[in-house]
Write a protein that binds this ligand. Structure first.
Ligand SMILES: Cc1cc2nc3c(=O)[nH]c(=O)nc-3n(C[C@H](O)[C@H](O)[C@H](O)COP(=O)(O)OP(=O)(O)OC[C@H]3O[C@@H](n4cnc5c(N)ncnc54)[C@H](O)[C@@H]3O)c2cc1C
Length: 418
């Protein structure tokens, strides 16, 4: 029986651990928090996951919350038109459309999912060690396991993995992040019966994402500001009080996205842990970490490819990485998990992940004219809106029509021709 250690009990670590466990591997998961600590702690993400990523969970029979979580059928884009400000709080929308997803998306609070998956892993006989692993621990354990995977997210263990400068165009955070989980948000008047993620773009300032989710107290909505650092949305640093965090969120909504504020006048936080603020630099790293005594470990998901959440891809990528690594491990059979195999396993994942990184980094920059044209055209052309929405499920599709002006023109030209 092959012995595998996974450090980190997040989307990638637990999905992979449960997958390996179901194939008879002897798996140990090391987590720096217990299930109860996760469940009772602070929110970690907005974790909206699209069809392909959800399908990996279904394939592993891990979709425990699918029937309870809101089914997100659409993804909409609104763009604020600051030029049309008619008075305080009356910023208008230059663009406002809703694309239809081919398969629904869902967001299950990671506090619910990770706590539940962790308990399931232990109930199925998996060994769960509650310990914040240091490099010295890994050095010791690497000799006792056939393979050590580091799935510890963006924490300190990333220092074992060299930054891949060629794949990391940014060396500083591009957005200041501020999340509030709320109850009491009114439905969107334009489509009250359709659950949707709404991306509100405020040019030169940042973005407000609004999405339905399932949290510890049932259905909720998430208000998520992404602010350009140093700008007016970069207002959450130093706020400790969750109520003050929500009040700041709402003030900024009233000022920059009044159409969203209008349905948020009765919201309250889901719980005292329902807020989060922070920032990080999007970074791709080399996949193999070297231990002081010469052993090697393989980085997983955010450890090796951490994108800004502006495109809501990290949990999706974590699911895809776990599925890809699971296939690579199973195919390896009894052969050694050497460095060459580790690089090959990562390259297989990178074939998918590179599209996510390219698209996410593009969305962090001011949009070029042809992208503005595409987003504008989606307001008149439903197929363009639908294609944009479904790109969140499979960002490789953007290669065909999004990045280069001539491809964008050719794509839009198809509609004028017909
Ligand atoms: C504000 C925000 C919004 C987001 N919104 C979305 C979204 O809508 N859609 C989407 O797909 N993605 C989103 N993401 C990204 C997504 O949450 C992450 O990319 C995803 O959770 C990464 O999964 P992971 O398993 O790699 O790491 P994590 O989920 O970070 O899990 C790592 C785990 O390892 C543990 N750990 C850390 N260090 C150690 C240690 N030394 N020893 C033991 N355990 C350790 C951590 O406590 C954690 O439990 C968002 C992220 C943020 C910050």
């Amino acid at each position: 029986m092959r012995k595998i250690l996974i450090v980190g009990a997040g989307q990638a670590g637990l999905q992979l651990a449960l997958g390996l466990q179901s194939h008879g591997y002897e798996v140990t998961v090391m987590s720096n928090r217990t299930a109860d600590e996760i469940r009772g702690g602070r929110v970690m993400s907005t974790q909206c996951m699209f069809h392909q990523a959800l399908q990996h969970e279904r394939d592993g029979q891990l979709n425990f919350w699918e029937s309870q979580a809101p089914k997100i059928e659409g993804l909409g884009v609104s763009v604020a038109a600051p030029d049309t400000i008619e008075g305080p709080g009356e910023t208008q929308r230059a663009i406002n459309w809703l694309g239809k997803l081919d398969g629904y998306a869902q967001s299950v609070d990671q506090r619910v999912k990770m706590a539940g998956w962790m308990e399931t892993f232990a109930q199925r006989g998996g060994q769960l060690v509650i310990h914040g692993a240091a490099v010295s621990d890994l050095d010791f354990f690497a000799r006792k396991y056939d393979l050590v995977l580091v799935a510890a997210g963006k924490g300190e263990l990333v220092s074992m993995f060299e930054r891949d400068a060629a794949r990391s165009p940014y060396d500083a955070p591009q957005r200041a992040l501020a999340v509030s989980y709320v109850h009491g948000l009114d439905p969107r008047p334009e489509h009250p019966g359709t659950e949707a993620v709404r991306c509100n773009l405020v040019p030169g300032v940042g973005e407000l994402f609004v999405m339905p989710s399932l949290t510890t107290s049932g259905r909720c909505d998430i208000l998520f500001w992404e602010g350009i650092p140093g700008g007016p949305l970069d207002a959450f640093q130093g706020i400790k009080d969750p109520d003050e965090h929500l009040a700041t969120t709402l003030e900024l909504m009233e000022r920059f996205t009044p159409w969203e504020y209008a349905r948020a006048t009765n919201v309250e936080l889901t719980d005292a842990g329902g807020t989060l603020a922070g920032r990080y630099a999007p970074t791709v790293r080399k996949p193999v970490g070297r231990l002081p005594s010469g052993g090697t470990v393989l980085g997983v998901a955010d450890v090796v490819v951490a994108n800004d959440p502006i495109t809501g891809q990290g949990s999706n990528s974590a699911s895809k990485c776990a599925a890809s690594y699971l296939a690579s491990i199973l195919e390896r059979g009894d052969e050694p998990f050497d460095e060459e195999w580790m690089r090959a396993a990562f390259d297989r994942y990178w074939a998918t992940a590179q599209h996510v990184t390219k698209w996410t980094n593009a969305m962090l920059a001011p949009p070029p004219e042809h992208v503005l044209n595409l987003i504008g055209a989606a307001g008149q052309l439903q197929p363009v809106a639908d294609r944009f929405a479904n790109g969140f499920n499979d960002p490789s599709d953007f290669e065909e029509w999004f990045y280069e002006p001539d491809k964008a023109d050719a794509y839009l030209g198809r509609f004028t021709a017909s």
